[in-house]
Design a protein around this ligand. Structure first.
Ligand SMILES: CC(=O)SCCNC(=O)CCNC(=O)[C@H](O)C(C)(C)COP(=O)(O)OP(=O)(O)OC[C@H]1O[C@@H](n2cnc3c(N)ncnc32)[C@H](O)[C@@H]1OP(=O)(O)O
Ligand SMILES: CC(=O)C(=O)O
Length: 540
């Protein structure tokens, strides 16, 4: 088995992605996770760039890391000064990082037109920068920026740049497809050319690809096939412009599809989904549902024919078992469902599967989806619909009336917009009449609803409203268009989605809110009947 080093640059190149920014604590937490999962290198940042990155290198030294090697990133020394005078070089050395990654120019056009130095001066900048790091006892990795475009334009000069880095003591030369526009076959042939050019120095090559042609992962794998021994990339493909090679896909493909490669080690592969979500959440970036291997939809089956087949043999519509990467299979219900979708979901609900009832549920789903409902992200509303169809649903309260009032003191300075909701509910034999204030109508309704019910059902105190989405489903109908409201709630053990559809946004929201509360009450009752200690605790 050939070991392929995984070099993560989420904290440096990933942070160059639009909308991505990590705090110092975020950076340290991600470092810890990547170490646990068996990543070989982490590029922690650019110490010459900002104080946060410098502080990272101080703080990371206090961590008890098991495997991962921490790298500091910087460019070759500036023109017109020696390496030891250069503030960037000194920042790299002062960072205390045991590994230093230096980016330098490969493409003659960048040397003459961007840096505006002679081709010879650029070679001297590379030699001096790698040289000083090696002299000071650092492991030096050389990132050959624009390697592929540079080689295509002037192969002799591109070869000279990487040989200069190797001769100066670089442990590895990493070939960068900086503009991300290369094709897999170009990557393969030029990776072989670079390996040949470096053969006399015994220095291996790595690969760093960008995703501008949507080929970053394919290009990285193509370089590995051609002999590259390290992949640089980021978790979830964060990075400059269209991003970097997504290490999640690189690792999963190498471990599960390609033969003869060893990556990560241990059970790191099984934790990829958890890692991907952790990095999204830490960066406060929305998850990409259709992300390969680890996305929420990566193993979500929607089409009726697919679900029918997956129920018989999961491999019929899955390229790998989701568990291998820590993900899970999901069955969605929609107007595209057949009886198999309903059966798969009701199996999870322990419901007896009568063919006639399944058909009735399916017909109801199709009818409601025609009216603008969408049950894929509203599994809780679907479960309530099933129980209502079966006649096993007992409501915990009955809505008598609700009313929302918004007051806007348009011409009065310093007066805030206020929203007040009044609700009247029948709960058992009691009539509850409550008023709630909120930041908007939904918040006010939710406050009033909780005031009315929390005393009777204390477990509701642990339910949180985590997301609220509104969408117009038939906008061509103008102001009479239907509005779809989707709500996501959570408690200590679950997350659930509900839906409401109406021409009136307040009614749609109320219906989704009522479903969310009813679902919570039903699920806690079911858990307490089952009686496992955790479930009972959750229900009390
Ligand atoms: C391919 C990559 O992703 S490389 C990493 C890119 N990442 C970043 O740029 C993020 C961090 N960068 C920064 O914080 C800042 O750009 C700094 C601190 C590095 C430099 O800031 P400044 O000194 O203000 O320079 P600025 O960013 O405007 O310009 C870059 C300078 O570096 C020079 N430069 C660029 N690449 C190199 C290189 N490989 N070697 C030496 N000098 C270089 C440029 O010629 C320019 O200097 P000049 O104006 O004298 O021609
Ligand atoms: C080094 C780097 O980030 C690049 O060339 O893309």
């Amino acid at each position: 088995m050939k070991k392929i080093e995984i070099y993560d640059t989420t904290l440096r190149d990933g942070a160059q992605g639009e909308g991505v920014s990590f705090s110092l604590q975020d950076k340290l937490a991600i470092t810890e996770r990547l170490d646990e999962i068996g990543v070989d290198y982490i590029e922690g940042g650019y110490p010459a760039s900002n104080e946060k990155d410098s502080e990272y290198f101080r703080r990371v030294q206090e961590m008890d890391l098991k495997n991962i090697k921490v790298c500091a990133f910087g460019m070759t020394r500036r023109k017109g000064m020696t390496a030891d005078e250069d503030p960037g070089m000194n920042a790299l050395l002062d960072s205390g990082a045991p590994v230093v990654t230096i980016v330098g120019k490969t493409h003659d056009f960048h040397v003459t037109d961007v840096l505006r130095v002679s081709l010879e001066e650029n070679l001297a900048m590379i030699a001096d920068s790698i040289g000083i790091m090696v002299e000071k006892g650092r492991e030096a990795i050389y990132d050959a920026e624009h390697f592929f475009d540079g080689w295509k334009a002037n192969p002799d000069y591109a070869a000279q740049t990487i040989r200069t880095a190797a001769k100066a003591g670089a442990r590895m030369v990493v070939l960068c497809d900086t503009n991300g526009g290369s094709l897999p076959e170009e990557i393969a042939s030029l990776t072989r050319a670079a390996i040949e050019a470096l053969e006399p120095f015994g220095v291996p090559v790595g690969i760093h690809t960008h995703n501008d042609g949507d080929l970053a992962v394919a290009n990285a794998l193509s370089a590995v096939d051609a002999g590259a021994q390290q992949i640089q990339g980021t978790i979830n493909g964060f990075g400059e412009r269209c991003g970097n090679a997504d290490l999640i896909s690189c690792v999963a493909n190498l471990a599960l599809k390609k033969k003869g490669y060893e990556v990560l080690g241990g059970d790191g592969l099984n934790h990829l989904t958890e890692l991907s979500r952790f990095v999204y959440d830490t960066a406060n970036v929305n998850r990409r549902n259709n992300q390969a291997f680890v996305g929420q939809s990566a193993f979500a089956h929607k089409g009726g024919m697919h679900v029918h087949a997956v129920n018989r043999a999961s491999s019929s519509y899955e390229h790998i078992s989701p568990e291998l990467v820590g993900n899970e299979r999901r069955v969605l219900v929609s107007e595209l469902s057949g009886r198999s979708n309903i059966m798969a979901l009701t199996t999870k609900m322990n419901i007896e599967q009568d063919r006639k009832v399944m058909d009735e549920i399916l017909a109801r789903v199709v009818d409601l989806e025609n009216k603008g409902f969408q049950f894929e992200a509203a599994e809780a509303s679907f479960e309530l619909l099933v129980r209502k169809t079966l006649g096993t649903f007992t409501p915990h309260f009955k809505t008598m009336k609700y009313h929302v009032e918004v007051e806007d003191f348009v011409h009065q300075q310093d007066m805030e917009l206020t929203t007040e909701a009044t609700i009247k509910l029948q709960v058992g034999d009691q009539l509850r009449h409550e008023v709630g204030e909120g930041d908007g109508p939904i918040d006010a309704l939710s406050t009033a609803l909780r005031k009315a019910l929390d005393g009777v059902f204390p477990n509701l105190k642990r339910m949180k409203l985590v997301d609220y989405k509104v969408r117009v489903v038939n906008s061509e109908a103008g102001t009479a268009a239907r509005t779809r409201v989707q709500i996501e709630c959570s408690d200590e053990s679950d997350v659930w989605g509900t839906i409401g559809v109406s021409e009136n946004v307040i009614q749609a929201s109320w219906n989704a809110l009522v479903d969310a509360v009813e679902y919570k009450l039903h699920k806690d009752e079911a858990a307490s009947k089952q009686g496992t200690p955790d479930e009972v605790a959750a229900a009390n």
